[in-house]
Design a protein around this ligand. Structure first.
Ligand SMILES: *[C@@H]1O[C@H](CO)[C@@H](O)[C@H](O)[C@H]1NC(C)=O
Ligand SMILES: *[C@@H]1O[C@H](CO)[C@@H](O)[C@H](O)[C@H]1NC(C)=O
Ligand SMILES: *[C@@H]1O[C@H](CO)[C@@H](O)[C@H](O)[C@H]1NC(C)=O
Ligand SMILES: *[C@@H]1O[C@H](CO)[C@@H](O)[C@H](O)[C@H]1NC(C)=O
Ligand SMILES: *[C@@H]1O[C@H](CO)[C@@H](O)[C@H](O)[C@H]1NC(C)=O
Ligand SMILES: *[C@@H]1O[C@H](CO)[C@@H](O)[C@H](O)[C@H]1NC(C)=O
Length: 213
């Protein structure tokens, strides 16, 4: 029995190291749409400043990454998961919860701004400019990306809504429903969970060491 202890301890430390390492590997990236060309449309030539489909096809996107649109208020950024809305180049027929529109809240033309859009949903994400009644979009101000799971959503983008207020149960509340368990960092798929796992393995190793040495 005693002979197996160093092996167990070594294995334990190895597991601790491996599981801590995965937290260091969890990195999120920011992508500037169109690179240095930005997200711009020339209304005189009807030309986009970059080919956004080509740009998008050359990248890999993961949950928790951001798209940064360097643009001005002559364009908008509309994000949707609905292919119909995307193909229509318009939000006119879309329901209110089917898209997000980012325009910086300004009503002035040509005001520079950067729009940061976090990627919070896996699968197809569609982006287009809704300005000029769809003309910009029809002329190439649009692209589609496929968001991969990657390291999962970081806790900063994965806050569950606070539970609704409930009156604390009184003495007679024997039949009240059980308290709901809110997502733990472990099953939310966040990178932060790995550090916790590493620390947990470290604890197990310490326990083994004190038991056998
Ligand atoms: C990515 O962009 C977001 C939103 O602007 C910002 O909070 C974050 O710090 C940026 N991350 C990096 C690595 O630049
Ligand atoms: C730009 O597109 C609009 C709408 O499709 C069209 O009316 C206009 O003539 C186009 N301009 C140029 C320069 O192609
Ligand atoms: C827009 O296109 C017109 C016609 O090709 C060109 O003269 C003008 O310089 C362009 N504007 C910008 C900001 O690139
Ligand atoms: C997408 O939007 C259209 C209306 O533009 C709606 O009819 C359709 O049900 C939506 N699809 C999904 C999957 O929500
Ligand atoms: C923005 O749009 C307005 C109105 O069409 C135009 O006069 C202006 O030149 C545009 N500015 C830029 C930076 O594209
Ligand atoms: C972007 O490039 C692709 C592939 O070369 C081409 O099919 C597409 O028409 C281009 N889009 C625009 C808006 O120029």
């Amino acid at each position: 029995m005693a002979a197996a202890n160093p092996t167990a301890l070594a294995l334990c430390l190895l597991l601790a190291a491996a599981s801590s390492f995965s937290s260091a590997a969890a990195a999120y990236a920011n992508y500037t749409v169109g690179g240095n060309s930005g997200w711009l449309f020339n209304e005189t030539s009807n030309a986009t400043s970059a080919n956004y489909s080509t740009w998008a096809a050359s990248q890999t996107f993961n949950l928790g990454d951001y798209l940064l649109f360097n643009t001005n208020t002559n364009q908008t950024v509309i994000q949707t998961y609905n292919l119909t809305t995307y193909q229509a180049c318009s939000i006119d027929d879309a329901s209110d919860n089917d898209f997000f529109q980012y325009n910086g809240g300004s009503n002035q033309f040509g005001e520079a701004l950067t729009v940061a859009v976090p990627l919070t949903r896996e699968g197809s994400n569609y982006f287009f400019s809704g300005a000029d009644d769809g003309v910009q979009c029809q002329n190439g101000m649009r692209f589609e990306i496929d968001v991969q799971h990657g390291s999962g959503l970081p806790p900063s983008l994965n806050q569950p809504p606070p539970p609704p207020y409930a009156v604390p149960p009184g003495p007679g509340a024997a039949n009240s429903p059980p308290v709901a368990v809110v997502n733990s960092p472990e099953n939310s798929g966040s990178g932060g969970g790995a550090g916790v796992r590493g620390a947990a393995w470290g604890g197990v190793c310490l326990l083994l060491a004190t038991l056998f040495f």
